[in-house]
Design a protein around this ligand. Structure first.
Ligand code: SF4
Length: 492
């Protein structure tokens, strides 16, 4: 019987591992940003800040309805419009209606991970609207017709030679692999696009209910232009991005920029919360804030997974994860990759559908150590695996692999019955003989067990167990304590 074909995750992981270029990029990323973030947390003066921010995030979730209402009221008081979108379709429909009403022909985007989550681009393009990414990395990805592979560094899988070839092809410049020259070429092309755009479309790093504004961090300056030059601005915000007070915002922001890029503060922090006032020299005529649920309420309602909503999307967990560091971001097939993607993508888009993601991580705990808000991703990965192993009505999850469940039930039976265990070991030693190469290692196993030897050799079962060796060599000669009445004949 032939093995089932590998899933996308597996084949994309194999492709990633086989690419020396990707391996070099990921190694460089993790050496610099993974180690750098750990050093920052270790040497930060205020060692309580991470804990405080996490606590504040969780407190916010306990009163999320009230805090979101306060945010919406404050935005509306400044002349902005707020729409609560229960689903991706709802958010797309609202944004499209705004664009059509304003006869928009071009949209410039920035910080657009949420827009990727709801997959808004095809809808806009289908309505005849040109969509242009303005974050440099996202722009490169868009030109290449590619997908992002990191939350903060979306084109980490491309090197400057590839980007030079891409720009020569798409922007009509002479080939160069000089980063400043390439950046200037992108800047020129993007400025022309921004000058003629009728609508800006952004995400939202954080939103502050107390002041009724969202904030966006950037190092390139594109966000300032994309949010102030077009006459209409739509900001898409996952409903968990809100914080209650400006003080909480300040601390969360400090963790975000440190975790994301080892910066005390990003080059630009933009606060937006309504249309331009009469005395403002620039700014949009219309401001729309779309607060998106799209599965978040379900996560909020489950104490097991609520914690994942505290994520501030800094990407630090990717920069230390040994799995992401080998397979890269494309294997996750989601805008959210790495350990955070392995938890949040199944929760938002189906646990069975994305079973490979939560089973692919190693549970080594590095992502928890580096996370600025101390998210216990390994615990949540284990909880996801539990729903796959046993099924879950709440998450509409069926048992992912009945065959695997049967194997583990058999294993449980064996290790809880010593006699059966000893018999199975003897049988195992017998059956393994044809597979042991040169009397040393097993290089290839058959049937269900073949996956174990696809990437490595296994040592065969030992001729004698530790208990048997112990019994024979030492237990027989062990001096008995004087006066002992409890002589255990089995030497257990
Ligand atoms: S889980 Fe933590 S480390 Fe990972 S992206 Fe979210 S906040 Fe950053």
């Amino acid at each position: 019987m032939s093995a089932s074909p590998p899933s996308d995750y597996r084949s994309a992981a194999v492709t990633g591992i086989a690419s020396p270029r990707l391996q070099k990029s990921l190694h460089g990323l993790q050496e610099r940003f993974g180690k750098g973030a750990m050093e920052i947390w270790a040497t930060m003066e205020d060692q309580e800040m991470r804990h405080r921010v996490k606590e504040a995030r969780m407190n916010t979730f306990a009163h999320l309805d009230i805090i979101l209402t306060e945010l919406a009221e404050n935005v509306r008081a400044r002349g902005g419009q707020v729409h609560f979108a229960a689903t991706a379709e709802d958010a797309i429909g609202y944004t499209l209606a705004v664009a059509k009403r304003n006869k928009v022909k071009r949209v410039v985007k920035g910080k657009s991970m949420t827009s990727m989550e709801i997959n808004i681009d095809p809808a806009l393009q289908g309505a005849g609207i040109e969509v242009v990414e303005t974050d440099l990395g996202e722009y490169i990805i868009q030109l290449a017709g590619d997908k992002p592979s990191h939350i903060i560094a979306p084109c980490i899988h491309l090197d400057r030679n590839q980007i030079g070839e891409l720009f020569a092809d798409k922007l009509g410049i002479d080939y160069t692999n000089d980063p400043p020259t390439l950046t200037m070429a992108a800047r020129k092309a993007l400025r022309e696009k921004m000058l003629g755009a009728e609508m800006g479309l952004t995400g939202c790093n954080l939103a502050c209910a107390e002041i009724g504004q969202i904030s966006l961090v950037s190092n390139e300056g594109n966000i300032r232009m994309a949010t102030t030059m077009p006459p209409v601005l739509v900001a898409l915000m996952g409903m968990e991005r809100v914080v209650a007070t400006l003080d909480e915002h300040r601390e969360a922001l400090q963790l975000l920029t440190r975790g994301a890029a080892l910066q005390k503060l990003s080059t630009y922090v933009s606060f937006l919360g309504g249309p331009a006032g009469q005395d403002d020299p620039d700014g949009p005529r219309e401001f729309h804030l779309v607060i998106i649920d799209n599965g978040r309420s379900k996560i909020l309602a489950d104490p097991e997974f609520r914690e994942v909503l505290a994520c501030i999307r800094c990407g630090a967990c990717l920069n230390i994860c040994p799995v992401y560091g080998k397979i890269g971001g494309h294997a996750y097939n989601s805008p959210y990759c790495g350990p955070i993607g392995a938890v949040v993508t199944p929760l938002l888009d189906g646990i069975n559908k994305h079973a490979d993601l939560c089973k692919g991580e190693t549970l080594c705990g590095a992502c928890k150590d580096i996370c600025p808000v101390e998210n216990d991703l390994p615990r949540m990965l284990s909880a996801l695996r539990h729903t796959l192993a046993y099924g879950s009505d709440r998450w509409n999850t069926s048992q992912h692999s009945p065959g695997e469940a049967a194997v583990y039930s058999l294993w449980k039976l064996l290790i809880t019955h010593p006699l059966l265990y000893r018999i199975s070991l003897r049988l195992g030693r017998l059956f393994q003989r044809p597979f042991v190469r040169k009397g040393k290692m097993i290089s290839k196993m058959a049937g269900l067990a073949r996956g174990w030897t696809e990437g490595r050799d296994l040592p065969p079962l030992a001729g004698r167990t530790f208990a048997e060796v112990w019994k024979k060599k030492y237990a027989a000669n062990r001096p008995q304590p004087s006066g002992s009445v409890n002589q255990n004949k089995e030497g257990s």
